[in-house]
Design a protein around this ligand. Structure first.
Ligand SMILES: [Zn+2]
Length: 324
């Protein structure tokens, strides 16, 4: 996606709208996440893409999108996630340079544009793409994300995953990768990628290290699922496991446990507000995250936005007929 296409996309248009709105005289609603898109546009264009070695033969590529893992193998590279569409070429070249091999296969942890946005570049170079069937489905159809009022176009067919499963093992040279799907959490297609031979786990957006995560209610995501997913990862993580989060620095089991505790606390508090019949506005005004904000409101989301995200996901989950 070049700059013109970006501006024509829903994201670019939304960013312009958000800028226009922010300069008006209307009172600012700090729980409205839409103005974030105005900040995100320039960030996507300017954040550098850089690679580092995480373990022998395993590299981490970080940039404007989600964290990317690159594993060397006898037949080429196995890559976890493909970054944002507007920097796809640069991400792909950085991945190839870091591993020093052609890319053989790509795994998508979920469908979001900052994790699967570079798929086409990888597919055109011959990579086989793996994901859950829910992720393939969402990448194959236009997606509307209500909280951002954002439409993401379906990927062209060449860029869609061709191998889908909810639990499978890949054997790459001396290494085994265990791909484990979890029930709806960040989305309904999240995949954990465990490298047991290297004691590394890539969590996708089931874990944001050090700040409030996004939870995509429009893709059936909800905070109870996020807590359960954290428990699933904690079960396979050891004291020395290095955990690659979807966003943020590589972390430890303790970092994930801290995030899990925060999520469980917010879940319980927002569930109580819903039980008491509070509206979204009343829940936000009750400031259920006030004591957590100094520690966790360090990423894109402040407390009120995170409260909105949690409330909407939980309300929708309950509406779908499951216990909250
Ligand atoms: Zn995501």
């Amino acid at each position: 996606m070049n700059r013109r296409e970006w501006m024509q996309s829903g994201l670019g248009a939304m960013a312009m709208l958000a800028t226009a709105r922010a300069s008006g005289d209307e009172p600012v609603d700090e729980s409205d996440p839409a103005p974030l898109l105005a900040k995100m546009g320039p960030m996507m264009e300017t954040i550098p893409v850089a690679a580092s070695e995480l373990a022998p033969g395993l590299y981490l590529v970080q940039g404007p999108g989600g964290n990317i893992a690159v594993l060397k193998g006898p037949d080429g590279l196995t890559v976890v996630d493909s970054g944002v569409p507007m920097r796809a070429k640069e991400v792909f070249e950085t991945v190839k340079r870091a591993g020093g091999q052609p890319v053989e296969r790509l795994i998508n942890t979920h469908w979001h544009f900052d994790h699967a946005g570079g798929n086409e570049e990888f597919a055109r170079a011959g990579a086989t793409i793996f994901a859950t069937s829910a992720t393939r489905e969402r990448l194959s159809t236009d997606q509307y994300t209500a909280v951002f009022k954002l439409t993401t176009k379906a990927l062209p067919s060449i860029a869609r995953p061709t191998v889908t499963s909810d639990d499978f093992e890949l054997h790459v040279g001396a290494h085994t990768l265990h791909l484990i799907a979890v029930p709806p959490a960040h989305t309904d297609g999240d995949l954990i990628v465990h490298f047991p031979t290297l004691d590394v786990i890539h969590t996708g957006d089931l874990f944001s290290n050090g700040f409030y995560p996004n939870i995509d209610a429009s893709s059936r995501g909800w905070i109870g699922g996020m807590v359960a997913a954290a428990d699933r990862i904690l079960k396979i993580a050891g004291p020395k496991t290095r955990i690659i989060p979807g966003h943020g620095p590589v972390g430890t089991r303790d970092d994930l446990a801290a995030a899990r505790k925060m999520l469980a606390t917010v879940h319980e508090r927002v569930a109580r507000l819903l039980d008491a019949g509070k509206s979204l506005r009343q829940a936000i005004d009750a400031r259920p995250t006030a004591d957590l904000d100094p520690t966790w409101a360090k990423g894109l989301f402040n407390g009120p936005i995170f409260t909105r995200i949690v409330y909407e996901g939980l309300a929708q989950h309950r509406g779908a007929g499951r216990a909250g």
